[in-house]
Design a protein. Structure first.
Lengths: 352, 346, 341
């Protein structure tokens, strides 16, 4: 369930799902000589336990910053502000951004873990895979024997041969194998949340789809919550329960996958879906989105999309739209979302 | 609906293909751009970096002294002044004092510079020409030629330079600074040849070279236009290294008397004469030894500083790390964040 | 992998053969070459000697038969070299191989220590500099490294001898060990051995120091560059997020990966160190092979000079060869790629 938390209530869905990660006014800033670059602008979003939520956005929309922020791992000199409340299944809730160094070190990888884009360079080239797992277990004072057992099981679940993989050096594995091994590495300490930033971008299509289908099984078996961040919308539709759309460092729309795909309420989402290339659709139906994404130092006032939006009015240029509920499971930040059905056609159909 | 029909027409009429590149350049503009890329841009890089700037200034100082010094300042002669005078004790007549034969030390330093510069230039040019020629040929021609040339290059690289130079110096007894310069850098070209060969190999694979080939451009044209501009940084660095070797080796060999110096004025010769003249045992003679020592150190310092400063030409990560002062290209974007700024995380 | 070993071995052999040919060329075929010169000298000074005797002398000294057809001369020369005959020193009258055999261990002694010390100090310094990149420490250390790296090591040697040798008399100014000392290296006489080694080190100290002061700067700068590059790698970031200790990251992640490429540089440094001994050993009057090269030169003793040159080159070729083959042991990536690095 998403929405601005009013002072009084935290809204609940009818399905009574719990929130495991709750972000309020999440922002990331970089101070540059030519101005302050705000690469994430006041994000509010709730992530439900055991869901797979896809966060979709163009390159440069702030999605990688969002991923890093969830572990309070934004690169220096970036400054993260706001609140990220993490509610573990056992124990007290904490604000991720407000933890001591030690506590943060424990939280990362033990409770919230991350898989980066480019597994090719996430391993130490001079260390065997086994070494990576062992040192991670040791660094967190876990039982190495038990940990390795768990690792073997994880690797098998990911369709890797544990013995072979553990005894290899990173360069001896293929791209797909490395990516899966990286996923196993991120799960070795049994975290509750797994954040994945473009985990399949560097792989071929077949491998991409295979890994994506694996993830759903992993979620079920290991009781995980997954945040899947990507620019590739069609890839995540089969996997995600909900989808959030990022545009220009802000959240444009969040909702269940069916609703987003069949009836998106934000003009950007519509344009995004329309521009999705599909082998079957004829050339005439392809519509790139006109214009360019805004510069993070110079984000236009009002709605960040107004300069490219065909429905934009004067209000859009000056007043920033709040998140409004289009349905119980669908929120959108647009002044004119009610008219979107009439004004913008949904020309392509992206299947679930 | 009209939007749709418009775009349909665009595709049918082939309008989409008529879009020409937005910029067309006249010939003059193209040359200006080439000049900018080959000379001004590196110049700007040199000027931007403090180390390169200081290094270049020092080098320039020596070049100027070498070119104009002998004309502006008197030549050293035996007994031109009282013997073993300490610096400045006779006013400005002998600013750095005199040696045990009454020769003005500053005069010696200045008059030794031109031949040193000649040696450096000769050596540098030799290394550059040999290295570029061999490296480009090997990399571009490939096959047998490449194997033979690479073998020769490797052998030359393995032979210890200084002993070979000593033997050549003994056999040839060079007096001419140009010949000396060539001998002193007899093995340096091999390193450059190797680097250039690998550069040529990797550049040749780029599509723009293949395109040139497909268009039927002649080999020399391809080499000059596509390949040479990319190897300039290596040439520069090697030139500086060659210069350094010339200085170090010549000083050392003159000091040891390996290189004959009846008529040659050279800083190394000065050091040898100072040491055998007892400058180390008599404190008042110390200036005789220190003067050439300082001169050599300053020049080498300038050379290394310069080469360190121009290192940035091929190390963009160092630049990106200090991201608050770079232009918009280097700012951490969403996707570049981890890579460019070094992933420094709390 | 076999192919790689074969290639490298072949290359080493060809290199040695080429150097021998080069030596022959310099000795015999260049205008004004030493063989002709020596022969002429003998003829001039010994008018009563027969041609055969003169030829015999030339051959014994230089390993060159003056009158035989060229290819015979070449063959004779090379076979001589391969059997260890480096000719005879014109001045000393003893086989060159004897002189070299006596001097070589000392050069190896000093140069190995110098290489190792400068490498160790330079690497550590460079790593710290990279960690504190941009700080005053980094800038200061960089300037100092550049400064020392831009002074010829023999100049530092002169300065050290000047101050520590002559002025303050802290160190001896020449020789390999004190004249009263008896060289003892044996496990059965530990005390004498230690005393001897200590004395030898004391004599070699300034020489080693001269080399190390200059070379450390170079290693530090190189290590700094490599480390900075590694610090920008993704796996560093992931390692931190995984919660690994800074210490582990510094050694196993940054250190290991930054040092590996320096291995080749270390090989090349062996060549330069050996070559540089030519000047350095003269400054310190330290009778290693470098010293004898110059002694030979001053006395126009070509067999000695050539002998030293050949031995040095072969030593470098050997060193590079061994290191090339062992590179695969330390860099896992090299094993599968057949050792390309």
């Amino acid at each position: 369930m998403s929405g601005r938390a009013d002072a009084a209530t935290v809204p609940k869905t009818d399905t009574e799902s719990e929130v495991v990660l709750s972000c309020r006014d999440l922002s990331v800033e970089f101070r540059m000589d030519r101005g302050t670059s705000r690469v994430l602008n006041g994000l509010d979003i709730d992530i439900e336990r055991n869901e797979i939520i896809g966060v979709v956005g163009e390159s440069g929309s702030g999605k990688s910053m969002f991923a890093s922020a969830l572990l309070d791992a934004v690169v220096e000199p970036g400054v993260t502000s706001g609140e990220i409340t993490y509610r573990p299944s056992e124990g007290e809730s904490v604000d991720v951004l407000d933890l001591s160094d030690d506590r943060l070190r424990q939280l990362r990888w033990e409770e919230i873990s991350m898989v980066f884009q480019g597994a090719l360079s996430s391993f130490n080239p001079t260390l065997k895979l086994r070494g990576h797992f062992v040192e991670t277990l040791e660094a967190h004072d876990y039982d190495v024997e038990a940990g390795l057992e768990r690792t073997r099981e994880l690797l098998s679940d990911l369709y890797l041969d544990p013995d072979r993989v553990l005894d290899s050096y990173p360069h001896e594995l293929s791209g797909g194998m490395k990516q899966r091994a990286l996923i196993a590495l991120s799960l070795v300490l049994e975290p509750e949340v797994l954040v994945m930033d473009e985990p399949t971008a560097a792989l071929d299509l077949l491998m991409q789809r295979s890994i994506v289908s694996l993830l759903s099984d992993l979620r079920d078996k290991y009781d995980l919550t997954m945040v899947f961040i990507t620019h590739d919308l069609p890839l995540v539709t089969k996997l995600a329960d909900r989808i959030g759309v990022l545009y220009a460092f802000e959240l444009a729309e969040v909702g269940s996958t069916e609703e987003i795909l069949s009836d998106p309420k934000h003009p950007y989402t519509r344009a995004l879906l329309n521009s999705t290339p599909d082998i079957d659709s004829p050339l005439e139906e392809m519509r790139p989105i006109e214009g360019a994404a805004p510069d993070p130092v110079n984000v236009p006032s009002g709605c960040p999309y107004h300069e490219r939006c065909p429905m934009a009015t004067e209000d859009c240029a000056t007043i920033k739209p709040d998140m409004e509920a289009a349905s119980a499971t669908h929120d959108v930040a647009c002044h004119h979302w009610e008219r979107v059905d009439d004004e913008i056609d949904l020309t392509t159909e992206v299947d679930r | 609906m009209s939007e749709r029909t418009e775009s349909l027409h665009a595709i049918d009429d082939g309008e989409a293909f008529e879009a020409v590149s937005d910029t067309t350049m006249s010939r003059e503009e193209r040359y200006r751009r080439l000049f900018d890329r080959l000379i001004l841009a590196p110049g700007r890089i040199v000027w931007d970096d403090l180390r390169a700037r200081i290094g270049a200034s020092i080098i320039l100082l020596y070049v100027l002294v070498g070119l104009f010094g002998p004309r502006l300042y008197k030549a050293p002669r035996v007994n031109q002044g009282p013997r073993s005078v300490t610096p400045l004790s006779e006013g400005l007549a002998y600013p750095l004092g005199t040696d045990n034969l009454g020769r003005d030390i500053l005069a010696q330093l200045i008059h030794a510079t031109p031949s040193m510069l000649q040696m450096i230039t000769a050596g540098g040019l030799f290394v550059t020409i040999m290295g570029v020629t061999v490296g480009t040929t090997a990399g571009y021609a490939g096959g047998r030629t490449d194997r033979v040339l690479s073998l020769i290059t490797d052998i030359v690289m393995t032979i210890p330079g200084l002993p070979l130079i000593v033997i050549l110096a003994a056999l040839l007894a060079p007096q001419n600074p140009i010949v000396t310069g060539l001998i002193l850098t007899v093995n340096v070209w091999a390193g450059l040849a190797r680097e250039i060969r690998s550069q040529v190999l990797s550049i040749s694979r780029h599509s723009y070279v293949e395109a040139s080939k497909a268009m039927g451009l002649s080999t020399p044209t391809i080499i000059v236009k596509d390949i040479l501009p990319n190897i300039m940084p290596y040439v520069l660095i090697t030139f500086v290294n060659a210069a350094r070797q010339v200085i170090f080796a010549s000083i050392g060999l003159y000091f040891l008397g390996v290189l004959p110096y009846d008529s040659v004025v050279n800083w190394g010769v000065m050091i040898d004469q100072a040491v055998s003249g007892g400058a180390m045992h008599v404190v008042s003679m110390a200036h005789w030894l220190i003067a050439p020592l300082a001169t050599i150190t300053l020049l080498s310092f300038g050379l290394i500083l310069f080469s360190q400063g121009t290192d940035r030409m091929f190390n963009p990560r160092v630049r990106a790390r200090h991201s608050t002062t770079t232009g918009s290209d280097d700012e951490p974007t969403d996707d570049d964040a981890a890579a460019t700024t070094g992933g420094v995380v709390r | 992998m076999q192919r790689y070993y074969l290639e490298r071995t072949l290359q080493a052999v060809v290199t040695v053969a080429s150097v021998m040919s080069l030596a022959f060329f310099l000795l015999r075929l260049m205008p004004g070459n030493p063989a002709d010169a020596y022969r002429a000298e003998l003829i001039q000074n010994n008018p009563q000697m027969t041609q055969a005797e003169i030829d015999y002398r030339v051959e014994r000294k230089l390993n060159v038969l003056p009158d035989a057809p060229l290819h015979e001369q070449y063959l004779n020369y090379v076979t001589g070299l391969l059997s260890g005959d480096l000719g005879e020193s014109i001045n000393e009258g003893v086989p060159v191989s004897e002189i070299i055999a006596e001097a070589l261990p000392w050069t190896i002694f000093t140069m190995s220590i110098a290489l190792l010390i400068s490498f160790a100090i330079g690497i550590s310094l460079g790593a710290v500099m990279a960690y504190k990149e941009g700080s005053y420490f980094d800038s200061g250390a960089s300037v100092v490294s550049i400064l020392f790296n831009s002074i010829p090591n023999y100049i530092i040697g002169i300065l050290l001898i000047w101050f520590l040798g002559y002025q303050f008399e802290l160190f001896p100014t020449g020789g390999r060990y004190s004249t009263e000392m008896e060289p003892t290296v044996g496990l059965l006489e530990p005390i004498q051995t230690l005393a001897f080694l200590g004395d030898a080190l004391w004599h070699a100290a300034l020489l080693i120091l001269s080399y190390a002061i200059v070379a450390s700067g170079g290693w530090a700068l190189r290590m700094r560059g490599n480390s900075i590059q590694v610090l920008g790698e993704d796996y560093l970031r992931v390692a931190r997020l995984r919660g690994l200790s800074e210490r582990r990251i510094a050694t196993r992640y940054v250190g290991r990966n930054a040092v590996l490429p320096l291995y080749t540089a270390l090989l090349i440094a062996i060549g330069f160190a050996l070559g540089g001994s030519v000047i350095l050993e003269q400054v310190f009057t330290y009778p290693g092979v470098g010293y004898y090269m110059i002694e030979g030169l001053e006395a126009r003793d070509y067999p000695l000079m050539m002998g030293v040159f050949l031995v040095m080159t072969i030593a470098v070729v050997l060193g590079v060869y061994i290191a090339d083959l062992t590179y695969g042991l330390i860099d896992p990536r090299a094993q599968t790629r057949g050792g390309e690095h």
